[in-house]
Design a protein around this ligand. Structure first.
Ligand code: GLN
Length: 524
């Protein structure tokens, strides 16, 4: 390949394959080499799938040789979160419960990315059944943040975020029930988008909280995330997911500043209570202010908005989420799916022991909480109250969007924390204080890097929120932030100088690309 693999954006890889600058098979090999080099330290994957990647690449090269028009992401390596079924792989949800579960079919989201030409490099690590914010609850191994291997990549889609941040793949898929795309994207210095509830099909994705779950992409550039979004919505509504809606594939155009979403003259809302919240570190706040300055410079008008009931979002989420998880995970009963305790003399015992031994501590905690919250007497007090809060929070956003086109806020209150640093589950839950209300309300959100923190030297991010089904606005505004803060961590990816590799901490941690650490430092 003419250029080092991890300096190329997904867009550039697809263009190179289309134009014959390199073969898809060469790209697949380069991706697998990058995985081999970095995976021992980062551990982003549960399963690497060289056969699937090379077979997909060979099909693309053959199609090109036959003169066929290639799909838009032909030859682009992709990581897929391990709660998404992909034929030819196990889908473990990072749980002993599903350790040997073979995917019986391919999830719509994965199938659409493959149809767009992506090469499946592997299944990414995650918090068990997507319960968590650190990826430390994976039953198999933790994932390390490529910026500092002693720190978490965030979660639950931590493997997906880390694989992209480490330059192993330019694109990854994750799922977001309370922040699981946006929080790890923020902690790893990559772009991560949760589209509006219903924008992307969840068919074939193992359910956590069915009224909250949404699938979305990670990438190193906003344009790459936009291209992935176009692939995810191409083909229209998915009849296999009743919540799925028709969405126009207008994302790549929005990233280029085309379409009906110019930033100049638009109103951007800032929520004063969020910017002054206890727990928000000064460096994250400064990062969000850099994003605000970038949007101001792009001609947007900054105004204050109020979301008076959003304080209740975490409490509502930890009622609704566990209640739905308890119901969804009842299918793992030691009989129909997954781990079966051997030697049991009754079905009841088999079910009880399979669940006791198949699930880890956090998965049990959520299900026990859900069972309690749905029990008679308790139900009225908590579940109804949570649903009322949900209505009020949704109305808050609707009201705010009468005044502004997008809202800008932090994605997480703090930078990546160390493995084991947050041991109290409720303290861990606060990591999602800025992301959860969007799952409650259903709106889309995107986490976009804004440079390194001045005290930690770690990635900082801002989050943009748009009205429901105005997700192309997220892309347009995130692209303006990206341009304004100097390409942030995408420095080098897709840029003409190309010499700066988007692999963090590189010289000291991963032994490659010393130039990037210096460049990142300048952004702070
Ligand atoms: N961290 C949140 C939780 O533990 C969100 C998880 C997610 O979005 N899957 O529930």
């Amino acid at each position: 390949m003419p250029q080092s693999y991890d300096t190329l954006s997904a867009e550039q890889i697809a263009a190179g394959v289309r134009d014959g600058a390199f073969l898809a098979v060469e790209v697949a090999r380069a991706a697998l080499e990058a995985v081999e080099a970095r995976e021992p330290e980062v551990q982003a994957f549960i399963q690497v799938t060289p056969e699937l990647a090379l077979a997909a690449a060979e099909r693309i090269d053959a199609a090109r040789a036959a003169g066929e028009t290639l799909p838009p992401l032909a030859g682009v390596p992709l990581a897929i979160k391990d709660n998404m079924n992909l034929e030819g792989t196990r889908t473990t949800c990072a749980s002993r419960m599903l350790e040997s579960y073979e995917s019986p079919y391919t999830a719509t989201c994965a199938a659409r990315m493959l149809k767009a030409g992506c090469l499946p490099i592997g299944k990414a690590n995650m918090d068990e059944f997507a319960f968590g914010s650190s990826t430390d609850t994976s039953a198999f191994h933790p994932t390390n943040n490529p910026w500092d291997l002693t720190r978490v990549p965030g979660g639950s889609s931590g493997g997906s975020a880390a694989a992209v941040a480490a330059g192993m793949v330019p694109l990854a898929l994750g799922s977001d029930t309370g922040g699981s795309i946006r929080q790890p994207a923020a902690l790893c210095g990559v772009v991560g988008m949760k589209p509006t509830y219903g924008a992307v099909s969840r068919y074939g994705v193992v359910a956590f909280g069915s009224s909250l779950d949404q699938v979305g992409p990670f990438g190193r550039t906003v344009a790459d995330v936009a291209a992935a979004m176009d692939a995810l919505v191409a083909g229209g509504r998915d009849p296999y997911d009743s919540t799925s809606q028709e969405v126009a594939p207008s994302f790549a155009a929005a990233a280029r500043g085309e379409g009906a979403v110019p930033v100049a003259g638009r109103r951007v809302g800032l929520v004063p209570a969020f910017m002054e919240a206890e727990g928000l570190t000064p460096e994250v706040r400064a990062g969000v202010e850099r994003a605000a300055a970038a949007l101001d410079a792009a001609g947007a008008e900054l105004v204050e908005v109020d979301l008076p009931h959003v304080d209740a979002a975490i409490a509502a989420y930890y009622v609704i989420g566990p209640a739905e998880a308890f119901s969804n995970l009842a299918r793992f009963d030691g009989i129909r799916y997954g781990y079966q305790e051997p030697g049991c003399t009754s079905l009841a015992r088999q079910s009880a022991l399979s669940r006791a031994h198949g699930f880890g501590a956090e998965a049990k905690r959520r299900q026990l909480l859900g069972a309690y919250l749905l029990s008679s007497g308790v139900y009225d007090r908590y579940y109804y109250a949570a649903q009322k809060a949900r209505t009020l929070i949704t109305a808050d956003y609707a009201r705010a969007f009468e005044q502004v086109d997008v809202i800008l806020m932090p994605a997480t209150p703090h930078a990546a924390f160390r493995h084991g640093e947050i041991s109290d589950p409720t303290a861990m839950y606060l990591s999602d204080m800025y992301t959860i209300s969007l799952n409650i309300a259903g709106n889309g959100g995107i986490s976009v890097p804004v440079g390194l923190g001045e005290s930690s030297g770690l990635p900082m991010a801002a989050q943009l929120v748009a009205p429901a089904f105005a997700d192309e606005r997220l892309i347009a505004f995130a692209a303006a932030v990206e341009r304004g803060v100097g390409g942030a961590f995408a420095a080098g990816v897709g840029s003409p100088e190309g010499a700066v590799v988007p692999v963090p901490g590189s010289a000291s941690v991963l032994g490659v690309a010393p130039a990037f650490a210096g460049k990142g430092g300048e952004l702070a």
